[in-house]
Design a protein around this ligand. Sequence first.
Ligand code: NAD
Length: 256
Amino acid sequence: MAKTVLITGSTSGIGLGIAKEFAKAGYNVAFNGLEANGAEIAAAIGQEFGVKTTFSAANMLNPDQIAQMIADAEAAFGGVDVLVNNAGIQFVSPIEDFPTAKWDAIIGINLSSAFHTSKAVWKGMKERKFGRIINITSAHGLRASEFKSAYVAAKHGVTGLTKVLGLEGAPYNITCNAICPGYVRTPLVEGQIKDQATAHGMSEADVVAKVMLKKQAIKDFVTVESLGALAVFLASDAASMMTGASLPVDGGWTAQ
Ligand code: NAD
């Protein structure tokens, strides 16, 4: 029987790229995201790869909606075998001007939602004695940059959560790992290029060359396909001894 993956924030960017790789590998995919055409995106991928898909517009700031999203996916597919916590937002500002509402939203979406989703899938994974939780953190889960207080704090928080769930899942064949991308050219990064240009007083081209890719030894953007391939591997039996780990895919950024 086909396994099921639920991916938060999967109707755009990295989440969508990961969803395609899982669909290609034959998984049923439960999509989530705030894009207005989310249901159409989910249906189109189901059709393209011949797998079953569902879509939930659950807001990752709302624990009740998160619980309902997991319950709906379990009802539709008989269980969630793989959970990918990917939904995330960014905001760039010096701390003295950092809006408190942005701090709360980033901690809520980028950190707390991973707690709520993991808690909700845990019982089913434990009962079935199989579970894979994959957190999309960032090189910023391992390193800091100025003007990103909330994002770096949230991503470091998920790095910690990944270790704890790795330990707690060990007796039940539940693993938890994090993928830590360098820069990927998605809508989130397009917005950041603009924000960084304002914060640093630079042109957008200079932000890409002199700020973003400065820390990567390989001066290129990471692809969503490479992140999806790693996620599919982490979900496989071959990765059953990997847990609690944070794996950089960052062109050598965190080698420094
Ligand atoms: P994106 O903006 O293209 O996609 C983000 C997705 O999250 C969208 O589907 C959006 O609807 C969803 N989302 C946002 N807020 C939500 C909410 N409240 N409830 C439900 N869904 C919500 O961004 P992306 O670049 O693909 O980022 C995906 C993840 O990868 C994020 O966690 C981000 O921090 C991480 N990441 C991105 C990069 C990069 O360079 N793009 C690098 C490292 C890590």
